[in-house]
Design a protein around this ligand. Structure first.
Ligand code: ATP
Length: 884
């Protein structure tokens, strides 16, 4: 339909909607049910549970196992043994493993989807005459969309009202400049990019406001037509996941090489080729750390869920990881560090004596140039404006009265770039007046006169410096100051020419308001500093206001510097790089400065977090390593550009998220540490026995069982470990630091050797002292039990680099659960007769169990000794540093 060629009324009629009230709530619901959701469908994005189950088999290790099962089956069949237990067990374990994989994956998937929903874009529409904020996907054709600066447009629509409505639609039309929207008709032939009375889904509002009737949704929109050409969602794999995937592959190749060697060695020693083949395959399964990427995904997903309960919604998975290495947090002041509960505490009438009449004039002007509206007796609107409106009402001036007397005929909205706003009023006698309020230091330069009594006199050098001084005094007292001025016009001025309208004005006075710091902010700042993370304040406010608040919060300290937007503009990038190292406050900055600030801090490789809420903050949010958008006050565009959303707009929440991020990284490290040291333990057991010329101490099914069943329980439980309190007492992790840094690699080797030795010892003791028939069964049973139980015990060592007894040892209930369940399963496999037959083990007696338990507990004292030695070395190292 050529909606752009029809009058708004006609469009309304054909779509069955009222231009004033929109659709009724019931009609909206009905249309949604009939026509479906307003979403873009990509091909092949959803995969059912069956598909996911089979996807689990698309893995090298699983294929290897299936091949082994088939070969084992074939060999037994050819030999006429009819002993298919091995094949069945392998297949059973493979299926069990795939099921576990599906369960884990769907849990992670669910968590991610829930979070996606939380951060899904919202749309504002009229329903039954009322403003309603609904998920974008519920918008239907015929809805009246209320378009505001910073909002996404989620459906195509015919514009029916435009108050300076400007949109950015480069994603759809390729037009990179802002497009001003109109309501008049356009001819049928008008090309897509020139239909200025239409808005397009996928674009967003750059400035102004307006209304539009939704004419198409979902796949029927212009963007819907090209949706399948669009790239899929961003790459959600984190650097760590990628790195681990690669590490896994390398380790896997190494393991395969070892298996090949073992196979060849076995053949040379004239072992049966089939047995050697099975041993090599199970060893490969033991050695390939196939569980790693899955564990990381789960830990990340669970971490995200945990963070969402603490007011942080993660939009991009990699951010969780990056958070842990954040070194600088650049935060907005108003609302994030402060409460955004403004209250006017001082009116400066800039006169010699207190002049009641002038005071009233100042308040009247503030009431005129004000966007607050009244809803149920309460004033709603921007906190700065509300504070001014409330001050006017306290002075007996009612917003509605003055606005009725001098009706508003137009406005130039407030912007953080200009730091001013202007309204135009008709005076009733054919003349006009513009009222401008804004940041004093900027407004002063636009005023040529000021009021003295009733007289307008020149606003000359000495008067200006006096006004500046008053502004400075208020700002230094941590007040946010707004000045007001007016200009009279004989003819209606053209507001599009901002530069001529906001000039030659008459300065009248100023208002100073307090905005107290958030009570939790000072603590969060202190915690940040302890953790080696640098908090930096960025604000549009006056430098003295900013400095005063930053000092109260502990962000600014003696010796630090403040940089203003003006100074920043004059600096070269190189100057800025060196200047930021001492700077903790950026004042009077405009959003476009933020990108340069982020880049300057990133220069030395630091990971930088940055907050933002407006459309113009989007580029900085993207450039920052961790872009944080405000959940309450943020625009949809800022949220779309951010990596995470702070649902309470609070600085302390970012710090909490950094702590969680560090905890999550630690937990991943713990899981990797555990899995790899266990895998190495298994390889060593087999390899060493082979080198000693012993019989093989563990059968293929034993290795498979330990690897795929008992091992995965503690690994997941470690991912759920509570965040260690002291994780905020160390400096941030370096961006490039490897997972195996800090001696982790050698620890994994040593502990792997320990587990291998314990299993070998169990085998030897069992074989020499307890095995009457000397068929290795008791030895193998004991080696099997020690291997699996010692790993369960060893998992507790992972919890902290401190002694286990310095922390609460059983705090992680999941890990305790994993220990109990793992032990029960292990004991069951050995003691329940049919299972024991399948696993080719023999039930143990009390003495044998005692030996097993004693050996399985050994990892505790051994690793405690290792930790003690590390602490001793650390202390010595510190001592040396002190001496030198
Ligand atoms: P941040 O949120 O980044 O800390 P901010 O919100 O304090 O910044 P801006 O909103 O850009 O910064 O405000 C900058 C200055 O503009 C304020 O110091 C004030 O003087 C002036 N100002 C703020 N709001 C208004 C408004 N609604 N009308 C006129 N002037 C305003």
């Amino acid at each position: 339909m050529d909606w752009w060629n029809q009058e708004s009324k006609e469009v309304g009629q054909s779509l069955g909607t009222s231009l004033e009230n929109g659709l009724s709530i019931e009609e909206g619901r009905k249309r949604l049910a009939e026509k479906g959701k307003n979403i873009l469908q990509h091909e092949g994005t959803d995969s059912g549970i069956i598909r996911r189950f089979f996807a689990q088999f698309n893995d090298f290790m699983v294929m290897l196992l299936i091949a082994a099962a088939v070969i084992s089956f074939g060999v037994s069949y050819l030999n006429g043994e009819k002993d298919f237990i091995d094949s069945i067990i392998i297949i059973a374990i493979v299926v069990l493993n795939a099921l576990l994989g599906v369960i884990q994956e769907s849990k992670a998937q669910k968590a991610l989807e829930a979070l996606k929903k939380m951060s899904a874009p919202k749309a504002v529409v009229l329903r039954s005459g009322k403003r309603a904020e609904i998920p974008s996907e519920d918008v239907v054709v015929g809805d009246i969309m209320l378009l505001e600066t910073g909002g996404y447009i989620c459906a195509d629509g015919r514009v029916i009202e435009s108050r300076g409505l400007k949109t950015e639609e480069s994603a759809i039309t390729g037009e990179s400049l802002a497009v001003e929207k109109e309501t008049k008709n356009f001819s049928k032939e008008t090309a897509l990019g020139d239909r200025k009375n239409m808005v397009l889904s996928g674009s967003f509002v750059l400035g102004g406001s307006g209304r539009a009737i939704a004419t198409a949704t979902g796949m029927n929109t212009e963007i819907g037509r090209i949706a399948n050409l669009l790239a899929e969602q961003d790459d959600q794999e984190t650097p760590l996941q990628k790195k681990l995937g690669q590490t896994g592959k390398t380790l896997g190749m190494g393991a395969l090489a070892i298996c090949a060697i073992i196979f060849v060695m076995g053949i040379m020693r004239q072992e049966q080729p089939f047995n050697m083949f099975m041993t090599s395959v199970s060893l490969a399964v033991a050695a390939i750390p196939e569980g790693l990427p899955a564990i990381v995904t789960i830990v990340l997903a669970i971490g995200m869920q945990r963070m969402s309960k603490k007011n942080t919604i993660i939009r991009r998975l990699p951010a969780v990881e990056t958070l842990g290495s954040a070194a600088v947090i650049c935060s907005d002041k108003t609302g994030t560090l402060t409460q955004n509960k403004m209250k006017v505490v001082k009116i400066s009438d800039y006169g010699k004596q207190r002049d009641e009449e002038k005071r009233q004039l100042i308040l009247t002007l503030f009431a005129l140039c004000n966007d607050c509206r009244r809803e149920k007796e309460k004033l709603v609107g921007d906190p700065t404006e509300r504070a001014l409106a409330e001050a006017a009402e306290e002075g007996g001036i009612k917003l509605e009265d003055v606005q009725k007397e001098m009706p508003r005929e137009g406005e130039i909205p407030f912007s953080s770039e200009r730091k001013m706003m202007t309204t135009l009023h008709s005076m009733g006698d054919g003349t006009w007046m513009t009222v401008t309020k804004g940041a004093p230091d900027i407004l002063f330069d636009c005023c040529s006169k000021c009021l003295e009594g009733h007289r307008q006199v020149a606003f000359d050098g000495s008067k200006k410096s006096k006004a500046r001084m008053q502004n400075g005094e208020m700002a230094a007292g941590a007040l946010r100051v707004v000045a007001v001025a007016f200009r009279e016009w004989k003819e209606k001025p053209d507001l599009r020419k901002k530069d001529t309208v906001e000039r030659d004005m008459v300065f009248v006075g100023m208002a100073g308001m307090i905005d107290p710091p958030r009570p939790e902010a000072a603590n969060a700042v202190a915690l940040c500093k302890k953790a080696g993370v640098r908090p930096v304040m960025i604000t549009g406010d006056h430098v003295l206001t900013a400095q005063a608040i930053a000092t109260q919060l502990g962000i600014y300290q003696k010796g630090d510097t403040c940089i203003t937007g003006q100074e920043l503009s004059a600096m070269s990038d190189k100057d800025l790089y060196s200047a930021v190292s001492h700077c903790t406050v950026f004042a009077r900055v405009a959003p476009e400065h933020k990108v340069r600030i982020v880049k300057a801090y990133q220069q030395d490789g630091s990971v930088v977090a940055m907050t933002g809420d407006g459309v113009n903050d989007a580029p900085a949010l993207k450039v920052a390593d961790i872009g944080c958008a405000m959940g309450k006050s943020g625009t949809e565009v800022a949220k779309g550009a951010a990596d995470m959303i702070l649902t309470d707009d609070n600085f302390a929440t970012i710090v909490e998220a950094v702590k969680e991020g560090r905890g999550i990284y630690d937990n991943i490290r713990k899981a990797v540490h555990f899995l790899l040291s266990s895998n190495i333990g298994e390889i060593i057991t087999i390899f060493a026995a082979m080198c000693f010329g012993w019989a093989t101490p563990l059968l293929p099914i034993h290795l498979l069982w330990v690897n795929l069943v008992t091992d995965s329980l503690p690994a997941i439980a470690l991912g759920l470990d509570p965040v260690e309190e002291d994780c905020m007492e160390r400096p941030p992790r370096e961006r490039e630091s490897t997972l195996f840094g800090g001696g982790l690699g050698s620890k994994i080797m040593v502990e792997g050797m320990m587990i291998g030795m314990l299993a070998l010892l169990a085998f030897a003791i069992g074989h020499i002292y307890f095995d009457q028939e000397k068929m290795y069964v008791t030895g193998r049973t004991m080696a099997f039990a020690v291997l699996s139980l010692s790993q369960l015990v060893h998992s507790f060592n992972m919890r902290s680099e401190h002694s286990l007894f310095a922390i609460h040892p059983f705090e992680n209930r999941w890990l305790v659960g994993a220990l109990i369940l793992g032990t029960l399963l292990q004991v069951g496999v050995i003691m329940v007769q049919p299972l024991a037959t399948v696993f080719k083990v023999a039930p143990l007696d009390t003495t044998e169990w005692l030996v097993v338990v004693a050996l399985a507990l050994m990892p505790l004292p051994i690793v405690e000794l290792e930790k003690w030695k590390d602490r001793l070395l650390d202390r010595k190292g510190e001592g040396k540093e002190l001496v030198s």
